[in-house]
Design a protein around this ligand. Structure first.
Ligand SMILES: Nc1ncnc2c1ncn2[C@@H]1O[C@H](COP(=O)(O)OP(=O)(O)OP(=O)(O)O)[C@@H](O)[C@H]1O
Ligand SMILES: [Mg+2]
Length: 398
């Protein structure tokens, strides 16, 4: 039997037919699998936080938190009030508000931006697929919302992985004109950004979901009359809600198309995720060259103010892997402080949580070996804390 015949169950079919069939079968079987792991009706929620976590997010000691919970001045959920000492996000927000409402507050617990502090927009980029852009974005926006910031997460990837992490099924939950495309499209179907922003199960965190329709921006831009100004589309669309958020984080697709470019032009800061392996770093080098070339061309037409900060973040890092360690050393010698001090450790807790479309802040800890979970969360918190410090420094708070 010839190789071709062996690969074709039906000799009259072309390989294009077979590819199409494979695509359909794969999609349907994957949907079944997903339904079993995470049924469409499954409601997402953030887990309750321990008193150590709650105290850290509020910025008080655990002892003081216990005192607040015990004296009953703030109405708290049962778990917090009855001595089991676990706190809901609502509890944390209520305590923060109570602390800030004192007659003469000595410090401010809400970190929301104040007059003169501008909205910060972080674009998370790298065209290497799988460099953990989405995982990084999901954990960062949840962390910032838990800290009390008003956060908008934008899923700019037609694959919509970030949206699924927030409990949205792109095929069923995201309709036409409900992605950012709706607000940046060129024709008269354009909608206001307020029509596409959704709240999430986490107070303080809003999301603009992704869906395949985002691809339309890539195909319509070269043909549209206003297409020459594609780079200004995202910044323009966000204008009306700029005062309602402290931080916007954009999860970019793994390519350098018009979507990524408009995100880079709207951004006040860029975060480049990099897995410390040779092929990934080689690909990043090309990506950086192409990005800077494209941005320089755009800046000739539309001068842009400089980014406030930029950072390279090492992701899926295995500290015991010698080649990875050497690569991190190499990146540090090249980039110095632009390489974030903390790295996102590779962890089965992060990967397994991802399988059920969750983050470390969503999953119940009991699902994992305690050491595994705690190590992963510590690395994620350190990375997020470092990014928060960059945001605060930009606002002039030190
Ligand atoms: N720290 C980590 N430890 C273990 N697994 C991880 C970690 N970070 C990410 N992953 C896993 O790696 C895979 C790729 O991550 P992710 O989807 O975040 O990458 P991405 O850069 O957004 O990919 P794409 O370019 O396709 O958008 C996912 O399965 C995710 O669960
Ligand atoms: Mg992604």
């Amino acid at each position: 039997m010839s190789t071709q015949a062996a690969l074709k169950p039906d000799p009259t079919a072309t390989f294009l037919d077979i590819l199409g069939n494979d695509a359909d079968e794969l999609a349907s079987k994957l949907q079944d699998l997903q339904r079993r792991i995470f049924p469409p009706k499954a409601k997402k929620s953030i887990r309750r936080l321990t008193s150590a976590e709650a105290a850290k997010f509020i910025g008080v000691t655990e002892g003081y938190l216990r005192q607040i919970a015990a004296d009953g001045k703030v109405p708290l959920s049962e778990g917090a009030a009855n001595g089991r000492r676990t706190y809901s996000v609502e509890d944390i927000n209520a305590i923060r508000e109570m602390l800030d409402s004192g007659a003469k507050p000595t410090r401010r617990y809400s970190p929301r931006r104040q007059e003169g502090e501008k909205l910060q927009i972080i674009s998370v980029i790298n065209f290497k697929g799988g460099s953990a852009k989405t995982t990084t974005t999901a954990h960062l926006v949840q962390y910032l919302a838990l800290k009390g910031y008003r956060v908008l997460a934008i899923d700019l990837d037609p694959q919509a992985s970030l949206s699924t992490l927030f409990g949205l099924q792109p095929e069923t939950d995201v309709g036409e004109n409900e992605t950012l495309y709706g607000a940046i499209r060129y024709d008269d179907q354009r909608v206001d950004v307020t029509d596409i922003i959704r709240s999430t199960y986490l107070p303080g965190l809003h999301v603009i979901p992704g869906h395949l329709e985002l691809m339309e921006f890539e195909t319509t831009t070269p043909m549209a009359k206003e297409g020459q100004t594609f780079f200004a589309r995202m910044a323009g669309a966000l204008g009306p809600v700029a005062d309602e958020y402290d931080v916007v984080v954009v999860d970019c697709p793994p390519n350098l198309g018009y979507l990524t470019m408009t995100a880079l032009c709207a951004a006040s800061a860029v975060l480049i995720t990099v897995h410390p392996q040779m092929l990934d770093v080689l690909s990043m080098a090309q990506f950086l060259r192409m990005t800077t070339d494209l941005l320089s061309t755009i800046h000739k037409v539309r001068p842009q103010s400089d980014y406030d900060w930029m950072g390279y973040l090492v992701t899926r890092y295995e500290p015991n892997d010698t080649p990875q360690n050497q690569m991190v050393g190499f990146l540090r010698s090249l980039f110095g402080p632009r390489l974030l001090t903390n790295a996102m450790l590779k962890s089965t807790a992060i990967a397994d949580a991802g399988l059920t479309k969750q983050t470390l802040y969503d999953v119940e800890k009991q699902r994992f070996n305690k050491g595994t979970y705690d190590r992963a969360l510590e690395s994620v918190d350190l990375v997020n804390g470092e990014i928060e410090a960059l945001l605060r420094r930009t606002w002039g708070r030190v």
